[in-house]
Design a protein. Sequence first.
Length: 302
Amino acid sequence: MKNLSIWMDGKIVPWKNANVHVMTHTLHYGFGVFEGIRCYSTRQGSAVFRLREHTSRLFKSAHILGMDIPYAEEEINEAILETIRRNKLKECYIRPLVYLGSDKLGLNHIGASCHVAIAVWTWGAYLGEDGLKNGIRVKISSFSRHHINVTMTKAKACGAYINSILAKSEAIKNGYDEAILLDVNGNVAEGSGENIFIVRNGVLKTPPLTAVLEGITRDTVLQIAKKEGMSVKEEHFARDELYIADEAFFTGTAAEITPIREVDNRKIGNGKRGPVAKKIQDAFFGAVQGKNELFKSWLTYL
Ligand code: PPE
C-alpha cells in the first residue's frame, strides 16, 4: 500500500505524507464519518459501484453528526474518481474519511475544522474466497448492536465501530469467521460490517432499518430480488428463526454477498451455499461487472 497516493483536502499526496497531528479531534473521540466503496473492472473499463449513493450516504452521515463537509457531493465524486485514476488501480476498495482537525480539542467540537481524506487500495474477498463459495461460520455476539438513541446506526460513524470491532474480535478469537449482533430487544440486527438476510419457505427476509446501517448492498439485493420476482420482507426475526432458516447470507461493500453456513455451531439449511444466495451472487457480480443492462445506471466509469 506504501506506493499508493491519498487525496487529502484537495491534494493528492504520497502515502508517507498523508499524516495528521496526534491532537486530531477524531483520533481522540471517534467523532468522524466514513464510507466503503468498491471499484470493479468491467469489459468497458473500471467502474465505481453506486458511487452517488455512497457519497450521498457520507454526507447524510455527516449531517446526522452535525458535521459540515467543506465540499459539494459532486466534488467528492470527482475526487474519488481522480484518486483511483492517479493510483492506476483497475479494481479497488475506496475509503473516504471525514474528520475534525487538531485546532480544537474537547467535547465542544463546534468550530473545529472539518477535513476529508480519500484512500484507495486493493482489497480482495473480505471473508475469504472460500467464504464466498462455501459460506462462513458465525457466532451470535455477546455485544448488542447500538440502541437507536445511543449511537444512531444510519450514520456510518467512526466511533460506532468500537462496537463492531469488539464483536468481530470476540468471534475471531473464539474460532468463528464473523459475528452477528442482536439489537437491544434481542432481534437479529446485522454483522459487524454487513447486513444480513435469511431465506425461509421461499421468502427473503432482512431486518428493517432501525438498528442497522442502511446498507447499499442490502438495497442492491432488495432491488435484484424484486426484479427476479422473489418475495421479500423487511421484518424483525429472532436468532431461533435464523437457526431454522433455509439459507442465510451477509451483504456489504467489503463482504459482497457472503453465504453463512453455520450459526452458533448449528448448520443453516444444508450447511452449504444455498440456491438463493447463489442466484443473488450471480446477479450481484453481473451488476458490478457491467454484465447486466438493467443495472448499468449503478456504474460510474473512470
Ligand atoms: N452494516 C455495517 C455495520 C457495516 O459496516 C456495513 C459496511 C454494512 C452494514 C453494509 O453496508 P454497505 O457496504 O453499504 O452495503 N461495512 C463497511 C466496512 C468494512 C470494514 O471492515 O471496514 C464495508 O463493507 O465497506
